[in-house]
Design a protein. Structure first.
Length: 445
């Protein structure tokens, strides 16, 4: 289902001032400079949510140590409301699922935030959002969500009214809720609701969504299979440039529960690591989509990899890793089972590399350092392995990750370690057009 209500616990990370010029025009309204980390009820519970389940998962975030590594938002998805609005026009919290009321819940989760709404008549599970005056209810709803103690709104795209009512394109639809949120913040002096756009059905959200919200979905819903993960990586490999501070490509859940949707095959340990690494280094929001009472130690330790999380939450560099070589397929080929394999990006502490073995057997993965635009020629680099948490020596000119497991990932941080030794090989690591001052091409060039 393309829709989610997000309940965000805002033990909100403080946001720091930009330390560099933003490279993309994003909505810098003070919230969600960095990708949101948290939990979402949809994959584990669907419409079967309850305040007890939400509270239990919120407490599990704390007891499992997830809150302490950054997962502070608790997001409720669809099906939180009664089918009808109140006589005065407000959304009414489901009495069966949230008998103590939303404020009770948000108080208990202590600045847990929640919200879900939709830009159409109904939510995706057909819970009415706007039955009477579709065009005027956004202000009312934004106010109610704020009054309920929510600080994050996932705004979906189901149940779209007929054209003769809406007379707007997707931009206008989302602009209305964004305007309501901005106005509310101005009127109340409270921080704006974080706006998570779930504008599926529009293939180019990166062209417009960052004017209105802090993240936008880039694909359909994830399911728990390797094919779904590679397909999402492939699609996002072409739009990595759209993510930066205050605006993020949202690749959908991490650790999505396989039990709620039939046919999902589940994923292996290596695949789960690849999933988490790609989402984190591509600066996606990281929303855990599984029943935390049933999570395995293995998946828990993957979600808690603090060296990977630190890059997702990098306070100095907001950009994503991007492919520098596709690998098995020629560069720029879109292939949903065999996406780009060789990626790099900048970070606060050095250049990050991500290698994905898309083959179903182990493989050595080799790259020349200067294939990455962020590496300086003629320098050597200290190599840190972000999964084994070890210093792996010094790379000169190139690096080979040996026997990367099937569907496995390697994540490295390379930091400058000074000039390379004098006898490091040919005069240029990349010989093409390598030339002596006297006008002679280097041998082999
Ligand atoms: C919801 O509203 C509709 C239309 O006003 C009405 O027919 C229906 O009985 C209401 N349902 C409930 C559960 O109140
Ligand atoms: C919240 O609801 C629970 C259960 O109904 C109740 O025990 C508690 O007193 C309520 N808390 C507040 C702050 O209303
Ligand atoms: C999971 O996603 C993949 C890739 O989008 C798709 O091919 C597959 O049919 C989906 N499986 C299920 C059970 O929805
Ligand atoms: C980890 O979670 C994935 C879903 O993301 C699931 O397919 C897999 O079975 C889980 N692994 C373990 C060891 O529980
Ligand atoms: C969550 O997991 C716990 C422990 O395995 C189980 O008792 C509970 O029924 C699960 N909840 C859902 C909604 O699957
Ligand atoms: C950079 O290194 C410092 C010191 O080890 C660490 O605290 C910080 O999280 C790192 N930043 C990133 C983005 O990895
Ligand atoms: C995707 O790439 C793999 C590896 O090159 C290839 O075998 C497969 O045929 C490609 N799939 C499509 C749909 O082109
Ligand atoms: C990798 O770099 C080393 C120098 O560290 C060099 O001797 C070797 O030839 C390079 N390998 C390849 C395949 O370029
Ligand atoms: C880094 O070193 C560790 C410990 O020796 C090893 O397990 C790991 O495979 C190495 N990483 C790479 C990418 O070679
Ligand atoms: C240019 O310099 C290279 C060594 O750097 C030398 O081998 C070559 O003979 C020189 N060529 C000329 C035309 O001087």
């Amino acid at each position: 289902m393309g829709s989610f209500v997000l309940l965000l616990a805002s033990i909100l990370a403080s946001w720091t001032l930009l330390s560099r010029e933003p490279r993309v025009h994003a909505l810098e309204d003070g919230v969600a400079k960095l990708p949101v980390l948290g939990y979402n009820t949809w994959n584990a519970y669907g419409c079967g949510i309850s305040e007890a389940a939400v509270l239990s998962d919120a407490h599990m975030l704390v007891s499992l140590g997830l809150r302490d590594v950054g997962y502070t938002h608790v997001n409720i998805d669809d099906c939180y409301a009664e089918k009808n609005r109140s006589a005065s026009g407000d959304i009414v919290a489901s009495a069966a699922r949230f008998p103590s009321g939303m404020n009770n819940l948000t108080d208990q989760i202590h600045a847990l935030n929640m919200c879900y709404s939709d830009s159409g008549w109904y939510t995706c599970a057909h819970y009415p959002v706007t039955p009477h005056s579709f065009l005027t209810l956004h202000d009312r709803d934004a106010k109610l969500f704020q009054d309920w103690g929510f600080d994050y709104l996932k705004f979906d795209n189901c149940a779209i009214p007929y054209d003769d009512i809406i007379r707007q394109g997707i931009v206008g639809k989302y602009e209305r809720i964004a305007t309501a949120i901005a106005q509310l913040a101005q009127d109340t002096g409270k921080p704006p609701l974080i706006l998570s756009l779930c504008e599926w059905g529009n293939e180019q959200p990166w062209l417009w969504a960052k004017r209105f919200g802090q993240s936008w979905r880039t694909t359909g819903d994830i399911n728990t299979s390797w094919g779904s993960i590679t397909s999402i990586i492939n699609q996002n490999s072409f739009i990595t440039w759209a993510s930066d501070f205050f605006g993020h490509n949202d690749m959908d859940m991490v650790c999505a529960d396989p039990s709620t949707s039939s046919g999902n095959s589940g994923i292996t340990h290596e695949e789960a690591k690849t999933h988490f690494t790609a989402w984190a280094l591509m600066k996606s929001p990281l929303l855990i989509g599984t029943n935390l009472s049933a999570i395995s130690q293995d998946n828990l330790s993957i979600l808690k990899n603090q060296e990977i999380l630190a890059i997702n939450q990098d306070p100095v560099v907001g950009t994503s890793v991007s492919p520098f070589r596709w690998g098995i397929n020629p560069n720029w080929v879109s292939n949903s089972t065999h996406p780009a394999q060789y990626w790099s990006g900048e970070s606060q502490n050095g250049t990050v590399f991500m290698l994905i073995n898309t083959l179903s057997k182990p493989a050595d993965m080799f790259f020349s350092l200067t294939e990455s635009p962020w590496i300086r020629a003629g320098r050597q680099y200290a190599v840190r392995d972000l999964w084994t948490h070890t210093d792996n020596g010094t790379a000169i000119r190139n690096f080979t990750a040996k026997a990367v497991p099937a569907h496995g990932v390697v994540a490295l941080l390379l930091t400058d370690a000074g000039d390379e030794p004098p006898s490091s090989g040919p005069p240029c690591a990349v010989l093409q057009w390598c030339m002596d001052k006297n006008g002679t091409l280097a041998p082999g060039a």
